[in-house]
Design a protein around this ligand. Structure first.
Ligand SMILES: [Zn+2]
Length: 315
């Protein structure tokens, strides 16, 4: 199965349904051309396909309000108990790269106005790459997509959560290997195309202690960065042989702390794929079965952007 809840399929269903409904609504009593009844047949086939899809996919049934066996689909319904926030809040404690501008909230207004109502508003300023965020392909690949041009569906896909806590506990600059990915596949089946592959290193326990999370809390100190990430071989395997949508990590970068060439970024972004960094609550994701929805700010020309990332957990 490609995606538990493929965005493309949802759009396809929706479009087909809308077209079918229009055709149905305009079907005349007498149809000398036969075209309208043909459209009516299309509509019926669409509805059969729609409910068949809903019936076979537990994940789809989770969020779609189709009454299987009934007549009309309802609007999508998401069970709030199955929504997991994978984002850190942005604030004074948010971990940023040692050289990056930290998050600033500038108060514009806060209090009761002369008109008698309460009013609050702020300006905010921050580096693109800090806290839970997306790296757009342009970050390390000239000519590739900027943040606003990354398709929104690129951040939506089945979560493949690769648990390397044991390896990272022994080696804080561990890099996920192809063997780790194959071990995941041995347990869960092939990594599906369109997956968002998440390294689960356990580093989330260290957030927001920069000294432990990054390896250094000193401004400007990039010489002592120490945290795990992906290996170049694993990145190539995922991009070339599994056609994943994106890589994601519960650390500050998809390249491990000491990296000088940022080769994983080069591979992933060179394939015009985004990455998601500093994911929170990864320990609450199952190895397979969740759907990630990552929504970065749509920054024109951005090399990345802060993102609200959530997962929809399986039933
Ligand atoms: Zn980044």
């Amino acid at each position: 199965m490609k995606l538990p809840l493929p965005a493309a399929t949802i759009g396809d269903i929706d479009t087909s349904f809308q077209q079918g409904r229009r055709a149905n609504a305009t079907t005349p009593a007498a149809d000398p051309t036969g075209l309208e009844s043909e459209r009516g047949a299309d509509y019926n086939r669409t509805m059969q396909r729609l409910c068949r899809l809903m019936a076979v996919s537990a994940a789809a049934a989770l969020i779609a309000g189709c009454s299987v066996g009934g007549s009309a689909p309802g609007p999508p319904v998401i069970d709030p108990d199955r929504v997991l926030d994978l984002s850190y809040s942005l604030g004074p404690d948010t971990v940023y790269w040692p050289t990056a501008k930290r998050f600033e909230l500038e108060r514009v207004a806060y209090g009761h106005t002369e008109a008698g109502f309460f009013y609050a508003a702020n300006n905010l300023c921050m580096a693109e790459h800090g806290g839970t965020h997306m790296d757009a392909p342009i970050h390390f690949a000239e000519g590739r997509a900027t943040a606003d041009r990354v398709p929104v569906a690129a951040g939506i896909g089945p979560a493949v959560v690769v648990d390397v806590r044991a390896q990272a506990a022994d080696d804080p600059i561990y890099r996920v290997t192809v063997a780790d990915l194959r071990a995941w596949e041995d347990a869960n089946g092939p990594i599906p195309a369109g997956a968002i592959v998440v390294m689960f290193s356990g580093w989330g326990e260290r957030w927001p202690d920069a000294a432990r999370y990054l390896g250094t809390a000193q401004r400007g100190d990039v010489a002592h960065l120490r945290f795990p990430a992906f290996s170049a071989e694993a990145a190539r395997f995922l991009v070339d042989e599994r056609e994943v949508a994106a890589l994601a990590v519960d650390t500050a970068s998809i390249d491990h702390g000491p990296s000088q060439d940022f080769i994983v970024h080069q591979i992933v972004h060179g394939a015009d794929k985004p990455a998601f960094e500093n994911l929170a609550n990864v320990d609450r994701l199952p190895p397979a079965g969740a759907t990630i929805v990552a929504l970065p700010l749509k920054v024109e020309g951005g090399s990345g952007a802060p993102a609200r990332v959530i997962a929809i957990l399986p039933p």
